[in-house]
Design a protein around this ligand. Structure first.
Ligand SMILES: NC(=O)c1ccc[n+]([C@@H]2O[C@H](COP(=O)([O-])OP(=O)(O)OC[C@H]3O[C@@H](n4cnc5c(N)ncnc54)[C@H](OP(=O)(O)O)[C@@H]3O)[C@@H](O)[C@H]2O)c1
Length: 352
């Protein structure tokens, strides 16, 4: 194992049991396994699953724990079989506590263990605050596009796709990553969001953006798809609440017809009958580090760093530094639970 002098302490936002409040605790600095690295985080992003696990206690089976999927910082130690990273690299990565229940793999602490296959370098010009927005949101979209929908990985020049691609809730973290990824894969992206975010989403690559609160939204998307000669056979509901899934399915039924495929971030509501002829699938971000680990290694170690370097993927949605220090974690999760519009809440960690 190669490591550098790990000064300071590992302050962690510890969740002692489901439904308790986070406590700031000093923990030992962890050591990496052979295919892992340790990252000293300088920025950490909040995700809805953090407060959901805190409230409901699913996914993680060992407590106390440290939550969090998105940390960004500097590599301080690498395991014996790690070849793609070295001490001092600026990286971000998908922390694994959500699927392995290992407290050392939670992002809400100063030092986090990441697996090599779920880690990516960030450009020198990119801040840690910008870098921490990618792992969870991008993993969720990558599983949706490549694993659920079976879109081939891009090689060389990307040809335009025959189908359009619907992103419902495009101003969300997952939605804004899906817009960029689908655009890079050659799709004409039809998106929904509040009007305040329409111009921004066009700047990320959306072809047309619609207000999801408009009662005629489904008909308007279908009309746009028709007039641009692009049936929409693929959809991604990145919201998972209210009528989002049902309306997304209606868009595919109306504008793409039978054979369409719709990916959800949450479950299809049992109160709605499943749409005829539309296949309903569900993404799970952590699959990029479990049964889709080979896809994950390609995505994190190759595709994303290249896309960041050539500017075809940019940090999105807009970033708000919502707190400083690990002590801010609980406030930031409370704010995220109350709801955000088109922004990613991030905490920064100063030098020890
Ligand atoms: N399955 C998985 O592996 C996985 C992974 C990550 C996230 N998730 C889930 O995916 C969901 C989104 O996560 P996130 O981090 O992307 O959330 P987020 O950024 O916090 O979502 C906030 C956004 O949701 C939009 N929104 C809310 N209701 C909407 C509706 N009815 N139609 C369209 N947009 C709506 C808002 O849009 P406007 O401001 O434009 O109104 C807002 O910008 C959460 O439920 C999360 O738990 C699942």
């Amino acid at each position: 194992m190669a490591n550098q002098n790990q000064n300071g302490q590992n302050l962690a936002a510890v969740l002692e049991a489901p439904a308790s409040r986070l406590k700031t605790v000093s923990r030992p600095i962890p050591s990496p396994g052979s295919d892992e690295l340790v990252v000293r985080n300088y920025a950490i992003a909040a995700n809805p699953v953090d407060w959901k696990i805190q409230d409901y206690g699913f996914a993680i089976n060992k407590f106390p724990t440290v939550l969090g999927s998105d940390g960004c910082g500097v590599v301080t130690a690498v395991g014996s079989s790690v070849t793609k990273f070295k001490v001092g690299d600026r990286v971000t990565g998908f922390a694994g506590v959500i699927y392995n229940s290992d407290i050392n793999h939670g992002a809400w602490q100063t030092y986090t263990i990441l697996r090599e296959i779920a880690t990516m370098k960030i450009p020198d010009s990119m801040s840690y605050e910008e870098g921490c927005v990618f792992p969870m949101a991008m993993a969720t979209s990558a599983v949706a596009l490549f694993a659920n929908l079976g879109i081939p990985r891009p090689t060389g020049n990307v040809a335009p796709q025959e189908s359009g691609f619907l992103v419902w809730g495009a101003s969300s973290s997952v939605g804004s990553s899906a817009v960029q990824l689908a655009r890079n894969l050659g799709f004409k992206v039809f998106a929904t969001a509040s009007p305040a975010h329409h111009q921004y989403l066009r700047s990320l690559g959306a072809f047309e953006v619609f207000d999801y609160r408009d009662p005629a939204v489904v008909d308007k998307i279908a009309a746009s798809a028709k007039s641009s000669g692009t049936p929409i056979k693929f959809g991604f509901d990145t919201v998972g609440e209210g009528a989002a899934a049902k309306q997304s399915a209606d868009v595919l039924s109306t504008s793409g017809g039978a054979g369409g495929k719709l990916v959800l971030v949450l479950e299809w509501s049992e109160s709605d009958p499943q749409p005829e002829g539309i296949e309903i699938l569900k993404t799970m971000a952590f699959r990029l580090a479990t049964d889709q680990a080979e896809l994950g290694a390609w995505f994190f170690n190759e595709y994303l760093p290249n896309a960041l370097a050539n500017g075809s993927i940019v940090p999105a949605p807009r970033i708000e530094v919502a707190g400083k220090g690990i002590e801010a974690a609980q406030d930031v999760l409370d704010r995220l639970k109350a709801g955000v519009s088109g922004k990613k809440l991030v905490v920064t960690l100063a030098d020890a």
